[in-house]
Design a protein around this ligand. Structure first.
Ligand code: FES
Length: 173
């Protein structure tokens, strides 16, 4: 992370940590906020968080790797996770997967060059009677068809463009 980004990050982390009197309770909200805003959690960011909360960076790393939604590796702003478990497989997952790759321009396990999107496989998310199903960040989409996927991706493209514009104007965690 760049030095100016780190200074900004420290201010933002301190703001969230102050809400819990700098206790560990703020660690997960901070990690989620940092991941959402900066889309990665490198060792510099972990050190800043550890310093602010007076804990060891190893603890920050351990918590971030335990929760799959806060993976330290860079991920797109919108992470598409398509269920590959049995019911969704039978309900037409293959066509949906192909459409997702086509519309996002990336394969599974990849992130778009502009950092807007990642595409991943997921296991059953409890929507087996409404498959194929996928999560985009924490929003669920069910009964997917290739046409529906196309419209959903367009919707996220629009949201991504809007949030880039607002981030250019600055924003908190
Ligand atoms: S099998 Fe896909 S949500 Fe359960």
């Amino acid at each position: 992370m760049a030095v100016n980004e780190l200074a900004q990050l420290r201010r933002e982390v301190e703001e969230v940590a102050a809400l819990t009197n700098y206790s560990r309770a703020s660690l997960i909200p901070i990690l989620r906020g940092v991941k959402e805003k900066y889309r990665e959690l490198d060792s510099d960011a972990m050190q800043v968080i550890a310093d602010v909360l007076s804990i060891h960076p190893v603890e920050v790393h351990a918590v971030s790797t335990f929760y799959s939604f806060i993976q330290p590796e860079p991920q797109g702003q919108f992470v598409f996770r398509l269920c590959r478990t049995y019911s969704c497989e039978l309900a037409g997952k293959k066509d949906v997967a192909e459409q997702l790759q086509k519309d996002l321009g990336i394969g599974f396990g990849e992130m778009s060059a502009d950092g807007a999107f990642s595409l991943e496989w997921a296991n059953c998310m409890g929507m087996c009677d409404q498959g194929p199903a996928m999560l985009v960040n924490e929003e669920i989409h069910a009964e997917l068809t290739p046409d529906k996927v196309h419209a959903i991706v367009e919707g996220y493209r629009k949201r991504q463009a809007e949030s880039s514009a607002s981030q250019d104007r600055g924003g908190a965690l």
